[in-house]
Design a protein around this ligand. Structure first.
Ligand code: GMT
Length: 382
């Protein structure tokens, strides 16, 4: 198939899923065309079946808000025409599904030989439904573009149910969970060597990975670590960047633990950092799935997280990680201390977490589900 993929190319989870999906699909023989305002950040290596088409938004003095969604729609229609795309797959509803809907209409009405049907699939990731999408200024058009999609997927049962409840959308929503490539995300002999860069041999390593938005509650991460490091010699690696980073840096300084907390910023090879950790902290206000937790689990790093959104679909409390109430930093710290002070328990939970990642969420299993959706959509659009 020839598939156009649009996503936010930055460090958000939806962009990561879209990029990894494109790479996996290209490895399976599909031609992939990424269409976005810049090259997706995890698209590092050249691949003969992966192409990138930049969307350029012209500036004009009248445009206080340059219309990216219109430029995107135009580029989608052009690329679909020139490269004979079979379908578009957009990640994150706003504004991508609206642009795809416009591109489809443009091609359906084309006057030259380009006239044809261009189906599009929308994947809902989280805040496009739970936060931004619920804003009254976006809700009606988000609902409309979801309903106009030829296929809709959501990354968890939780997100599907919320979409139905709050948007009252009428079309079928297929749940396709996030996935991880367990051949890339794994612990290996290099992990032990790399570990020495960040911690002494008697110290444990805790890790947090996110875009540091308020929904991630990074200050809770510092609070939890502060309690842990009082009981257990340990270090905290903070991976990523975003609006709440400086508040977290400031809190670590105020607590006198800056020397034990390392802010690594955005990382390309995130798996190398995850694979040296013992435990992940994910105290999010909400996660529709929690991709970072899954990536950690594949590296045998259990997550201590909140019992919100789709996280209980990924983590079994006490078996493959721990779940606690939002803001309950005391319980999360106790879980971490309990786990980190028991070698066997930590090892067993890490093994089980990896097993769960591999058996339920490995890329080979999940990517095939997207292919099935594409096949159904194409069949229906004939
Ligand atoms: O919160 C993020 O990291 C970004 C956000 C996005 O849409 O880019 O992530 C959402 O999509 C991820 C990939 O599907 C999910 O694993 C995250 O749980 C989800 N984030 C939220 O629901 C807050």
């Amino acid at each position: 198939m020839k598939i156009g993929i649009t996503c936010y190319p930055t460090y958000g989870g939806s962009g990561v899923v879209a990029t990894e999906l494109g790479i996996e699909l290209a490895d399976r023989g599909h031609d992939i065309h990424f269409i976005s305002y810049s090259q997706p950040i995890r698209l590092i290596e050249d691949h003969p079946r992966i192409h990138f088409h930049e969307v350029v938004v012209s500036q004009y003095p009248l445009f206080q808000y340059p219309p990216y969604d219109l430029a995107l729609a135009t580029r989608m229609a052009e690329v679909a025409d020139i490269y004979s795309l079979d379908l578009l797959h957009v990640h994150y509803a706003i504004p991508h599904s609206v642009s795809a809907m416009l591109a489809k209409q443009m091609l359906a009405a084309a006057r030259n030989g380009a006239k044809r049907n261009l189906p599009f699939v929308t994947t809902l990731h989280g805040t496009d439904i739970t936060l931004v999408g619920l804003d009254r200024s976006y809700l009606p058009i988000t609902r409309f573009s979801i309903e106009q999609s030829d296929g809709v997927t959501a990354i968890s049962n939780y997100l599907r149910e919320r979409t139905v409840k709050e948007f009252d959308v009428q079309n079928e929503i297929n749940v396709i969970h996030n996935f991880v490539n367990c051949d890339i995300y794994k612990r290996d002999s290099k992990s032990a060597e790399n570990r020495a860069q960040y911690a002494d041999s008697n110290e444990r390593i805790l890790v947090h990975l996110s875009n540091f938005r308020p929904v991630k509650r990074v200050l809770d991460v510092i609070e939890i670590f502060d309690r842990v490091q009082k009981q257990i010699p340990s270090r905290l690696l903070m991976i990523g960047d975003g609006p709440d980073r400086s508040a977290a840096e400031w809190l670590a300084k105020k607590k006198g633990i800056s020397n034990k907390v390392e802010f690594l910023g955005k990382q390309d090879q995130v798996q190398e950092k995850l694979a040296i950790a013992d435990v992940m902290l994910m105290p999010s206000e909400l996660e529709s799935f929690g991709l970072a937790a899954l990536e950690g689990m594949a590296c045998k790093v259990p997550a201590i997280s909140t019992n919100v959104g789709g996280l209980p679909e990924l983590i079994e409390n006490g078996k493959t990680g721990y779940l606690a109430d939002v803001g309950d930093v005391g319980t999360m710290a106790r879980c971490a201390i309990d786990l980190l002070s028991d070698d066997k328990k930590l090892r067993d939970m890490g093994e089980l977490a990896r097993y769960e990642a591999q058996s339920r969420f490995c890329s080979t299993k999940i990517v095939a589900k997207y292919e099935e959706v594409y096949a159904r959509v194409l069949e229906r659009s004939l």
